[in-house]
Design a protein. Sequence first.
Length: 534
Amino acid sequence: MDEGNSVVTTSTGNSVNVTRDTISEPVSTSFTTLSVVDCVYKGEGNSNIVIALPKERKVIRLRKLLPQDGVSPENAGLQRVKREVEFVQLVASCFLGPYVRVPEIVRLNIENVRQLLEVIRHSRPDGRRWKKTVDIHATKYPDYTFLQRRFDSNRFVRSETFCVEVKPKQGYLQNDNTSTKNIRKCPYCLMQYLKLKNGTIKERSSYCPLDLFSGVKTRMKQALRGLLKSPQNNLKIFKDGEVVYGNGSSTIDLERILKEWFQRSDSWNCSEFQKNEESTSEHTEQFCDLIHEALSRSTVSSKDFNRHRNHCKENHGSYDDDDDDDDDSEPIPYIDQALVERVDELLKLESCNWKGEQLPNDSVLGRILEMQKVPFVSAEHVYNAYSKHRESLTDDTIHSSLTKTHELGREETSDPEQESETGTTRRTSRLQNYLLFTCARDCSILMSFRETNPRKTTPGEDRDDTTGTPPGSRFVWDIGITDTEPKSLRCIEKHRERDTEILKSIVSVLEGREGTRTTTTTTTTTTTIGKKKG
């Protein structure tokens, strides 16, 4: 595509003051143009392609469509992005506080977007390219790989901004009395077997989310070292908005970027000899100390945030015991029990460390963990409720009652009778909580850092956005949480299928190893016997 070609967009909404009323307004038919030369491929997951707009320091999240979907109907796509904006503003922010920002809605010209997709095709991972179309409605977010606040440029000793993206995954497991309760490995560690079987990794990662969420510094740093060694799609390092380390990168890449990041931080008080003597392991420790502090540091929450947060706990912390709901009977196992028993036998000597300490409540990890702890009994109960009532349930009904409840909770004074009218059944509440848990499990944390001169620290400056880690240096930071869009009810069936595939993969991988060991032992024995006979 020529540089002059453009993607047509229109913005509806405001990144700060979006309300339920404003997102109900129709999308404007006026368009502004965005030159494709200003678009940079940022990355993608299962559901979205992220395009950076460096001049604006914003990103556009393009929703992928399956090949059979084609271009989604105009209203369907618009309803989806409106639901996303509502969810982020009224629900996700209630749990995650200042770490999330409300997106803008943008409308895209599909022909120009197809041209953009062609330009970035070679930048996309091979396994992702089969999804070739996107929705014409998208969302625009801040680019968290840069500092979001403006600072006096004289404060900085370097021009570079480094950013670390961590997708922490599931740090909390519900008290599960269902068929898989004896398997003591966390979902992330179990998922490694499926990746191993599919050939997407060569060895299992040593990273365990339960370590990162443990609140124990030594275990949290151990988890970060595991992510550095095997980033997969759970860790990326950016420099000035571009990925410089991640899945597929080499050890040399990591050594280079850590040396560049941390060695120069001592430029004003270290000799050249001292700097050259610093080892990669020392830089790794400096990295882990810095990220640990960013993940663990509490922020100051406003009274409004704390009030909304308490409403979240009250609304999602329990079910109405008087609710006439028939889904509390013993659930029908959603995975073949013979398969579960075989996996239990194969993994009986393996276990993740389930112990931990309290994370600071207002730390970014503490906020995410709190959202993961909304109760839904078990995945089996959720799947049984979904299977029984799927014909009468839609994403709109689930999310509209959820956002309405949270909207009422934001009012200074709320009418108990009005709140009771939005009360949901235990079944609906359980499904809502599961979708909230899934959102918190799949979100990403982005921490951006820029170095300042510690000798020029302003007395009384805001300590919430600065750190003296590692010693002798000083960084300003910003933290944001992304991938917080509402989940669809369809994910419940997908999760059941994935869980089954994971267990099958465990059997395949571990029984394959047992077979290899047996063959090796037999061969060795035969050889020994042959020698004795000789």
